[in-house]
Design a protein around this ligand. Structure first.
Ligand code: C5P
Length: 226
């Protein structure tokens, strides 16, 4: 039996601040971090580069099965069109199944010998790691999320079309929440954190207090499990 790993599952809609929170928690706790959205983005990007339609199921499955973790640092994964393609392939059950084992292995045996892992996505607390020691569902109003995303894109020097970011988020929210397989929903035992009126520091402090409360000995203590 591998030693048990303390798993923190963070789910939430697009641009809810999951990535920022997950990275910061992982750094603070000395845990490994997996942004599971990158896996779906990598599949979407492979299709775009091959000139295929993101709705092409056979091509999407082949890309998911051949996924190379070394490619997860590609900056093109962050593009908006890659995110759109990712949310199309993410609705395919075969693609989700193909990416499940990688995520579970990461959680159970975090790279670098870390004592725990923080995974963020849409279905970490419900499907990937239903027995995670700590589960956070991060939410914020769609207009607030659009404003944050626009600021981020401007900082990267991208050109913003009025209203386009909000429309894109609404489309992706609808697709992620309404799909038949692993829809975006808070796990029944998740700590729901609405950050509409919080800044990143306040969200971090609230999340950290919750994570610490999940184990009497602190993360890695007696309540740790995968
Ligand atoms: O989080 P991010 O925006 O990078 O994710 C891109 C897309 O991948 C999401 O819109 C969602 O459809 C999909 N995704 C998913 N399950 C996850 C992570 C991401 O379905 N665990």
């Amino acid at each position: 039996m591998p030693p048990s790993s303390f798993v923190v599952a963070i789910d939430g809609p697009t641009a809810s601040g999951k990535g920022t929170l997950a990275k910061r928690l992982a750094r603070h706790l000395g845990f490994a971090h997996l942004d599971s959205g990158l896996l779906y983005r990598a599949v979407g990007l492979a299709l775009i580069r091959a000139g295929k339609d993101p709705g092409d199921q056979a091509a999407a499955l082949a890309a998911a099965e051949g996924l190379d973790p070394a490619g997860l640092a590609d900056p093109d994964l962050r593009q908006e069109r890659t995110g759109q393609a990712a949310s199309v392939v993410a609705a395919m059950p075969e693609v989700r199944a193909a990416l499940l084992a990688f995520q579970r292995r990461f959680a159970a045996a975090p790279p670098g010998g870390a004592k725990g892992a923080v995974l963020d996505g849409r279905d970490i607390g419900t499907v990937v790691c239903p027995a995670a020691a700590a589960k956070i569902f991060l939410d914020a109003g769609v207009e607030k999320r659009a404003a944050r995303r626009e600021k981020e894109l401007r900082q990267r020097g991208e050109i913003i079309i009025e209203g386009a970011v909000l429309r894109d988020l609404q489309e992706r929210d609808a697709r992620d929440r309404n799909r038949a397989v692993a829809p975006l929903v808070a796990a029944g035992d998740a700590y729901v954190l609405d950050t509409t009126d919080m800044d990143a520091d306040q969200a971090f402090e609230a999340a950290l207090a919750y994570v610490n409360s999940r184990s009497s000995g602190g993360p890695g203590g007696p309540a740790a499990e995968t």
